[in-house]
Design a protein around this ligand. Structure first.
Ligand code: HEC
Ligand code: HEC
Ligand code: HEC
Ligand code: HEC
Ligand code: HEC
Ligand code: HEC
Ligand code: HEC
Ligand code: HEC
Ligand code: HEC
Ligand code: HEC
Length: 312
């Protein structure tokens, strides 16, 4: 009898304890789930402005309307990680994954968050690329918190502006007299480079420099009956890609450009003045202006049966 009472009492206690436990779990479930996610609505109670700006981005639209995976349904926490600890102490810098330099989350941790969904495509060669090994974070170039650029969620208004924050030297080069229309906004660094990595140095978007140039200057691809060896070998034998103080992006002014490889004795070379002087009051009109190209006008190759010297 005494045993029976004790057994009943123990049973009741267990039930009560069970009830209490499930009550606590239920209370917690409102605040966070098993992994510590608290939900976008909760973030917005303190980060209203950030949420409003973020709402205009591709992520917000896709995550809300058509989440591709379970992570996307987490909203803010898809990138920033579970927020429960952050809720307890917002000043604890290790409690949430942050992407600003001042906050000090390791770059590897930051990038791993983004790569959960963005491993493939343009980032196939991210691992080991010069930007990855130089410890760049995705957020050095991307700011997914608002729509700062038309496309690509960039940190600045355009691709080139984004690159210029670090590559000042290239900005200077593109300001030289001869340059492709990049400062004019008709092309960008991203037309020639893949900032996420490439098999071709330096981050070139094609298998070789020439293949890159042919993509837009297809007429230089040929085939030609008469080929000019250095053109086939490397456009950069004569051109720079970013900018030059000489016309047509040439690395050196003519005739010196040609004379780097062609002897300046007899014809062809020292045609600068009729008296064979490099400069003077009476320069050889055949060599002024476009210099050697006055006659050798098909310098990239000729398809004329008699074009062996690239004059036609
Ligand atoms: C109770 C208010 C509160 C809530 C809720 C909250 N935060 Fe915060 N959060 C703060 C405060 C305050 C700071 C600034 C702390 C500091 O300066 O050290 C902060 C800082 C941050 C930072 C670091 C900013 C930086 O400097 O890089 C991130 C990222 C962040 N919060 C994201 C979130 C996310 C995501 C959520 C939802 C999961 C969230 N917060 C929910 C109050 C909150
Ligand atoms: C796609 C990933 C991603 C999502 C989703 C995201 N963030 Fe961020 N968040 C970032 C990155 C990257 C930065 C760093 C931006 C920078 O360089 O200033 C950042 C910065 C912040 C900061 C620091 C202040 C600032 O603007 O720089 C806060 C606070 C923050 N996020 C809160 C939120 C909240 C709240 C949400 C949801 C409404 C959210 N984030 C959604 C990636 C994300
Ligand atoms: C939960 C998955 C997920 C995470 C995490 C995530 N993204 Fe995205 N991201 C997407 C989806 C989905 C899209 C839209 C569809 C697409 O373009 O693939 C997108 C689009 C983008 C775009 C292109 C936007 C456009 O307008 O073209 C950029 C850039 C981007 N994400 C960068 C980042 C960065 C940087 C991070 C880390 C801070 C990040 N993403 C984290 C899923 C994610
Ligand atoms: C050095 C600058 C730079 C870094 C670092 C960088 N990106 Fe990008 N990213 C760009 C540029 C430029 C574009 C092209 C934007 C456009 O076309 O408008 C781009 C495009 C994207 C896109 C959209 C196009 C696509 O491939 O679907 C995604 C997603 C993206 N980046 C993710 C990332 C992730 C994830 C990281 C970090 C692992 C990262 N990026 C690091 C510069 C960078
Ligand atoms: C946060 C700074 C930063 C930004 C932004 C940045 N880069 Fe870089 N970049 C570096 C660093 C650091 C290196 C490696 C050191 C060096 O060669 O200067 C590098 C190297 C390079 C190289 C040379 C690679 C090699 O093999 O020599 C290219 C090309 C390049 N970046 C292109 C870009 C393009 C295109 C953008 C814009 C989409 C960009 N970078 C944005 C920091 C940056
Ligand atoms: C027309 C194609 C093209 C464009 C546009 C372009 N680059 Fe380059 N870039 C190249 C080529 C080709 C090289 C290789 C040069 C060499 O090997 O001498 C290069 C080299 C580089 C290097 C390595 C160091 C150097 O200067 O040789 C960096 C860094 C770089 N580019 C950054 C940029 C940035 C930043 C932009 C945008 C402002 C940009 N590039 C635009 C084709 C381009
Ligand atoms: C994304 C397209 C694109 C690529 C790739 C490209 N170019 Fe250009 N290039 C242009 C455009 C656009 C112009 C301006 C043409 C015009 O104004 O009619 C130009 C102009 C030029 C000019 C004439 C410049 C002048 O001052 O008259 C030279 C030389 C040139 N490119 C060489 C190259 C070389 C070498 C490469 C490879 C490293 C290359 N381009 C790759 C688009 C490109
Ligand atoms: C042997 C030196 C040399 C090589 C190599 C060379 N170019 Fe040129 N390129 C020139 C000269 C010289 C001019 C100026 C022609 C003129 O003034 O008529 C020029 C002009 C150009 C122009 C602008 C005028 C035009 O003809 O469209 C483009 C574009 C161009 N080159 C692209 C290329 C490409 C692409 C390659 C590589 C496939 C290349 N060049 C290789 C010497 C060279
Ligand atoms: C990087 C070296 C280099 C540069 C710079 C260069 N060439 Fe050449 N050129 C060659 C080579 C190599 C040949 C092929 C010679 C052969 O087949 O015997 C050649 C062939 C020629 C030929 C045909 C001659 C023949 O014997 O078949 C002419 C004409 C010519 N170049 C003119 C020029 C002119 C004009 C310039 C300046 C715009 C120039 N080259 C710049 C290397 C160069
Ligand atoms: C006034 C026109 C003219 C000018 C300017 C000119 N050339 Fe020529 N060049 C020719 C003709 C014509 C030939 C063909 C001779 C032949 O077929 O026997 C030739 C032949 C050549 C050859 C082939 C080798 C040879 O001796 O037959 C080379 C290399 C050459 N020129 C380079 C140059 C260089 C470099 C310059 C500039 C410093 C230059 N040329 C300026 C007209 C010119």
């Amino acid at each position: 009898m005494a045993d029976g009472t004790a057994g009943w009492a123990r049973g009741a206690l267990l039930i009560l304890a069970g009830l209490a436990l499930s009550a606590t779990t239920a209370a917690l479930a409102i605040a966070q789930d098993k992994e510590g996610y608290i939900g976008e609505a909760r973030c917005a109670t303190c980060h209203k402005l950030e949420q409003e700006h973020w709402a205009h981005t591709a992520h917000a639209k896709v995550f809300r309307v058509n989440p591709g995976n379970a992570l996307a349904t987490r909203g803010c926490e898809a990138c920033h990680g579970p927020g429960a600890k952050h809720l307890q102490d917002a000043t604890d810098k290790t409690a949430i994954i942050a992407f600003t330099h001042r906050r000090g989350t390791p770059v590897e941790t930051q990038n791993a968050q983004c790569l959960q969904c963005h491993k493939g495509r343009q980032r196939i060669f991210w691992q080991g690329s010069v930007h990855q090994t130089s410890q760049l974070s995705c957020s050095d170039c991307h700011n997914p918190m608002a729509k700062f650029s038309v496309s690509g969620l960039l940190a600045k208004g355009s691709i080139s502006e984004t690159c210029f924050t670090c590559h000042q030297q290239q900005r200077t080069e593109f300001r030289k007299r001869s340059h492709m229309p990049l400062p004019e906004g008709r092309m960008s660094c991203g037309d020639c480079h893949n900032p996420h990595g490439s098999v071709t140095r330096p981050l070139i978007k094609a298998d070789t420099v020439n293949q890159l140039c042919y993509a837009c200057h297809s007429e230089k691809r040929g085939p030609f009956i008469w080929e000019h060896a250095p053109v086939r070998r490397d456009c950069l034998s004569c051109h720079t890609a970013h900018g030059s103080s000489h016309e047509s992006l040439l690395v050196v002014a003519r005739p010196f450009l040609c004379q780097q490889c062609h002897a300046n004795i007899s014809h062809p070379a020292n045609l600068l003045t009729r008296s064979n002087l490099p400069r003077g009051a009476w320069p050889d009109e055949r060599a002024v202006n476009r210099s050697c190209s006055n006659c050798h006008s098909q310098i990239h190759g000729s398809n004329h049966p008699s074009g062996a010297r690239f004059q036609r």
